[in-house]
Design a binder for this molecule. Structure first.
Ligand code: ATP
Ligand code: MG
Length: 609
């Protein structure tokens, strides 16, 4: 391939629209062009990268016994109604693009394929003898992301490898899950990516194993919490830890636990309250009010109590709400803070925000326009465990000192609703502490259990002759996100440094002065020889100055550069490695012997060949 044929346009300056290095570099080097928010054209060089990533994915999925398929992207609403996900994916913050066809039938553009594949399995897999089966595809997915950003990292149209497995029992599912875990590690290693596997949120179905693979990078959107001993790593959405011990409240329980009034003029924040009265945040129970919007149209007010020094984890909260209300009210569509404006719109009296306590009665909800008349009350373990505490008195400028749950007339069951924080002690070993790093989720493997098969009545006949829903797993890799994540992990001040296994070309061949017939002839000869030897070589045949070609070469990030310059007359060339930067002069005749073994080794990424 010749550079002059590539429609290559490189940019000297960072495009204003890009915030993170990989996005800037892919735009500057002409790999991608933006068409609309979250929608990109993959230019020929990018497409070569994506095909290479896909090839690695295919080889490892095939080797693990999965079967490649290609499923429809246009998916009937009917299927999604059967799984119970249509409303959750199309209303509120739902991310499914959806439309009506000319017969007014509703369709969604596939953000994921559990429904389609489960319907197929229900049709085709009848007996335990046909199981297990693992189907995968590599395909464009559509998601109307609320905040598309960072280029291919969070697109609205992007390439995913998704796989779905079907099993007769849980043990078989666990086995395939383990095989996918290994296949994923090989895929990322082969693509030259350093990843960590972390425990991931598995939604409200809980219990089931779920693991994400993170490319560690400062620009990652996910926060990873891990112990230094390497035994625990989790996405913060899911992470658990031991909260710091609460400092017991001096004076203990007062007024039989009903608490003694404590004047707290204008002390509406935990900091002000503590500063004003010599208290510690861990001695306070704070109350957060939220509104949960549910699929059946109901709006449920939530009263969440946490210890004053703890932060709410919204993912854990969403799971807790779904566990309690999902069966009767359908999917949780949205969680929003309950604001004075929302109260006013419901015709409800204002609340003394900043002075709320968990004993806030349901009475104040009476007469609301459309909300449920009682709070769903959820209390985090750390708050539930306090024997005596300070909390708001539900009156302006007043708190209660020395309150207890029983004294307030509340019976509580503690839940895990707090966010684990860096520095927290670990559950598996209190001597270990959680350390934070940032990650880009490139893959996710998930034991779904029987959630979809039960909902969609996808059953097989077991060995015992009974009809049972399949056990299912699903396994995703963001192919286009992975390609950009590789740039995020492998670049320097001059441009991209592709791992060779996924580089668009292996060698960039640059005649320093293409107008010089000696240089041009030697370059042409080497071009042929490299191709003959099976090396993917790109020839920079442009009539540009050498400096321009070298700069572009650094930006494009092809791992090896062969420069045919002034030494061409003596049969000498220069071989430059992009990263770590290194160059050497050598006779042109010695090039293949030196380069081929290096390239062959690098084709396996971080794996041994
Ligand atoms: P995220 O939490 O980043 O939104 P997700 O958990 O919703 O991702 P999955 O449904 O697990 O994503 O999809 C499988 C893989 O597809 C992810 O691990 C990720 O690599 C990739 N992916 C998901 N959403 C996008 C997107 N908008 N753009 C590019 N890749 C994506
Ligand atoms: Mg995921």
């Amino acid at each position: 391939m010749r550079v002059s044929r590539l429609m290559l346009v490189t940019l000297r300056d960072d495009p204003a629209e890009a915030e993170i290095p990989s996005h800037k570099l892919l735009l500057r080097a002409g790999y991608i062009r933006r068409l609309a928010p979250g929608i990109f054209a993959y230019m020929p060089l990018m497409w070569r990268v994506l095909r290479k990533v896909s090839r690695v994915v295919r080889e490892e999925m095939d080797a693990a016994g999965a079967l490649e398929t290609l499923l429809p992207q246009l998916q009937p609403a009917e299927l999604w109604r059967r799984s119970g996900r249509w409303a959750g994916y199309t209303a509120g913050e739902g991310i499914m693009f959806h439309l009506e066809d000319r017969q007014q039938r509703e369709l969604g553009l596939g953000p994921t394929h559990e429904e389609v594949v489960t319907a197929l399995a229900a049709d085709l897999l009848r007996s335990y003898r046909q199981l297990p089966v693992n189907l995968y595809q590599i395909q464009t997915k559509f998601r109307d992301e609320i905040r598309p950003r960072f280029g291919l990292m969070r697109g609205r149209e992007f390439i995913m490898k998704d796989a779905y497995s079907f099993h007769a029992d849980e043990a078989s599912l666990a086995e395939t899950y383990g095989a996918m875990d290994l296949a994923y590690r090989r895929i990322f290693d082969r693509c030259g990516l350093r990843t960590v596997a972390v425990e991931a949120d598995s939604g409200a179905i809980g219990g089931s194993a779920s693991q994400e693979f993170m490319v560690t990078a400062d620009a990652g959107e996910d926060l990873i919490l891990a112990s230094a001993d390497g035994r625990y790593a989790a996405n913060q959405e899911r992470a658990q830890s031991l909260a710091a011990e609460a400092i017991p409240l001096a004076g203990g329980v007062l007024a039989g636990g009903a608490g003694q009034p404590l004047a707290t003029p204008a002390q509406a924040t935990i900091d002000d309250l503590c500063a004003g009265h010599g208290l510690e945040p861990s001695q306070v129970v704070k109350v957060l009010l939220l509104l949960a919007r549910l699929e059946d149209g109901s709006d449920q007010p939530l009263l969440v109590a946490l210890r004053g020094d703890q932060q709410l984890n919204e993912v854990k909260l969403a799971n807790a709400v779904t566990t309690r209300l999902g069966a009767s009210h359908g999917a949780l569509l949205e969680l929003t803070p309950l604001t004075p404006t929302l109260l006013e719109r419901q015709g409800l009296a204002p609340l003394p925000f900043g002075f709320l306590g968990p004993q806030l009665g349901d009475g104040l909800l009476a007469g609301s326009g459309s909300w449920a008349p009682c709070f769903l009350r959820l209390v985090d373990h750390t708050a539930a465990e306090l024997e005596s505490f300070v909390c708001g008195a539900n009156q302006p400028d007043l708190h209660l000192l020395g309150a207890s749950w029983a004294g307030l007339g509340l019976s509580v069951e503690g839940l895990d609703l707090r966010s684990a924080q860096p520095g927290d002690r670990c559950c598996h070993d209190p001597l270990q502490r959680l350390e934070a790093s940032r990650g880009i989720e490139v893959g996710h493997i998930f034991q779904l259990g029987r959630k979809y098969s039960s909902a969609m009545e996808a059953c097989f006949t077991s060995e015992a002759g009974t009809s049972e829903p399949f056990w299912m797993g699903c396994y995703g890799i963001g192919v286009s996100r992975l390609a950009q994540a590789a740039v995020e992990q492998h670049h320097d001040a001059n441009g991209i440094c592709w791992p060779l296994a996924i580089a668009p070309f292996e060698v960039l061949l640059v005649p320093a002065n293409a107008a010089d017939p000696v240089q041009a002839a030697l370059a042409q000869r080497l071009y042929g020889e490299l191709q003959q030897a099976g090396v993917e070589v790109l020839l920079d045949d442009r009539a540009e100055r050498a400096g321009v070609k070298f700069k572009d070469g650094d930006l494009l990030g092809i791992p090896w550069r062969v420069v045919v310059g002034r030494g061409a007359g003596d049969g000498r060339i220069e071989l430059v490695e992009r990263s770590p930067a290194h160059s050497q002069e050598l006779p042109a005749d010695g090039l293949l012997a030196l380069l081929l073994p290096r390239i062959e080794q690098q084709r396996w990424g971080l794996l041994e060949a």
